[in-house]
Design a protein around this ligand. Structure first.
Ligand SMILES: Nc1ncnc2c1ncn2[C@@H]1O[C@H](COP(=O)(O)OP(=O)(O)OP(=O)(O)O)[C@@H](O)[C@H]1O
Ligand SMILES: [Mg+2]
Length: 231
């Protein structure tokens, strides 16, 4: 059986200035490894919050996020970091590349403190090839276009072959044409590597091309195309 991530009655609230904000409430949803799911909804509806819980960057206030049926709550901080390294790659709207490192060095950076069974430089080169940057291995981020920088960030997220790729508006800072290239790169990785792709976007045209579309509003899921009707 493939890997799954599930949310069981998840809520997430933030407290600030004496006000409680319910960013997520009663979210029940399951994702299967290999699925390509788009997540849409207005600003503030909870998309980024959901993604950070699914990626174990943060923990729910109540309810649970489970990986293959096992709760992530029990894991200690260090164990969570190991878990993320093995299982989850993140891509954000901002590229978050280290400006003094080349493409190759940026892609190798998550591996620096890790013991792995493969050659780090060869692997990083291979993934940069996969995203079409074989001629930019030694360029600095400042020498790359926005789309190329995002491809380096994608290669970095994929370097340890995670089961899940979580993308939070990866084309948000890019023009439509470059956004299309990034979208193609991500869908190709989903199809070829079989990793689950959870893709937050404001673009309804891109969202409609996923296998499954989830729509959020006011911290809840109001539509899930895999369930056929409103939830
Ligand atoms: N760290 C935080 N502290 C306080 N409130 C937060 C925090 N993170 C998110 N929120 C609040 O939670 C709600 C959901 O935010 P979230 O970032 O998940 O929305 P989003 O759907 O990703 O929006 P956008 O499309 O603008 O990125 C918002 O009301 C936001 O202000
Ligand atoms: Mg967001």
């Amino acid at each position: 059986m493939g890997s799954t991530i599930s949310c069981i009655n998840v809520t997430k609230s933030f407290h600030g200035d004496g006000i409680k904000i319910n960013a997520l409430h009663n979210v029940d949803v399951e994702f299967q490894e290999g699925e390509f799911v788009s997540i849409v909804g207005p600003s503030g509806s909870g998309k980024s919050t959901l993604l950070s819980l699914l990626g174990t960057l943060d923990q729910p206030s109540t309810g649970e996020v489970r990986f293959d049926g096992q709760t992530s709550k029990l894991k200690k901080k260090g164990a969570l970091a190991d878990f993320r390294f093995e299982n989850i790659g993140f891509v954000f709207q901002q590229f978050h590349l280290l400006p003094t490192l080349t493409s190759l060095e940026n892609v190798m950076s998550p591996l620096l403190t890790r013991k792995v069974s493969y050659n780090k430089r060869e692997r990083a080169t291979e993934v940069l090839k996969q995203v079409g940057l074989e001629d930019k291995l030694h360029s600095l981020p400042s020498q790359l276009s926005g789309g190329q920088q995002q491809r380096v960030a994608i290669a970095r997220a994929m370097v340890n072959q995670p089961k899940w790729l979580l993308a939070d508006e990866p084309t948000g800072n890019l023009d439509t044409e470059t956004g299309e290239i990034i979208f193609e790169v991500l869908t190709k990785l989903n199809r070829k590597n079989g990793c689950g792709l959870l893709y937050v976007t404001h673009d309804p045209n891109l969202a409609a091309r996923a296998d499954r579309m989830i729509e959020m509003k006011d911290g809840g899921i109001i539509h899930d195309s895999s369930r056929g009707d409103m939830v």
